[in-house]
Unconditional design. Sequence first.
Length: 330
Amino acid sequence: MGLPTLDPLDLQILQALQLDGRAPFSRIAAVLGVSDQTVARRYRRLHNTVNVRVLGMTDEDRFGRQTWVVRLHCVPDVAEQLADALARRPDTLYVNLISGGTEVVCGMKPRNRKERDELLFGRLHRTRQIVSVTAHCLLHSFYGGSLGWLNKSHALTPEQESALRLPGPVPLDAPLVPDAADEALLAVLRRDGRATLAELHKATGQSESAVKRRLETLRSTGALYFDLQYDQGSLGQDVSVMLWLTVTPRALVDVGRNIAAHQEVSFVSATTGKENIVVSAHFTSTDELYTYLSEKIGALDGIQAVETALVLRQVKQLTYEPSRTADHTT
């Protein structure tokens, strides 16, 4: 069965949740001018039909950690097995199969230098079926994290967006150091960003008031944000690509900011390596992708080379759900 077509109210609810994943349905309903029951019913339907889930994510910069994009070229008969193994790891953000099924790309967030070195210089290089490993450290995010594609959907009016948007993160004097209670709290929210205070109290052993205060602190600093997982085919975005751009250093900022404003783009970051900008974008067709490359990317000064890789299958989006990976591509 194909994915259902989403109507304007569905898209408004999705954008509202992208702006504030823990917003009460009553608040969303008041902004949209519908009943609480309507929002709750639509959310349940979206959850069941297009896999909508609100998930708590962490901004690794706020914890003084690095995020990496790792490209693994491997022999064809092990690519899916390797992708599944990486998807099960708690330190992977996403896992994609690309390039004819012989390359796996994943976002990784090692908790410390020891974990990074063991993974990048040890375990992956010891896997005989992996032909080559290329690792790019993310240096500066132009778009992504709490800003998803739904922020560009314009389903909400500017007034509705303003009513739902949260204040920007407060500056930090030093990286946050999560304690055991924080780790327990974040673990629950990674599975269910809308977990109740009672559920968070049970997981952490702290009172609901203490949990609420810590949740507010983590959110206000930007260390914790809430992102939306959903089947993008329901939005007609059947073609997803990763772009690897080689940009002259003097043009890096201008190119990154220009691409961040493109409607098709859900993520763009400066990275280490010869290909120093990585982009994730979504299209309705390969014709639309061609137009994007020739007209939008081609119009930017300072780009020396572009590598385009179609995402054949997204094994892990924000969380690993093996029952859905066979038919889910973004």
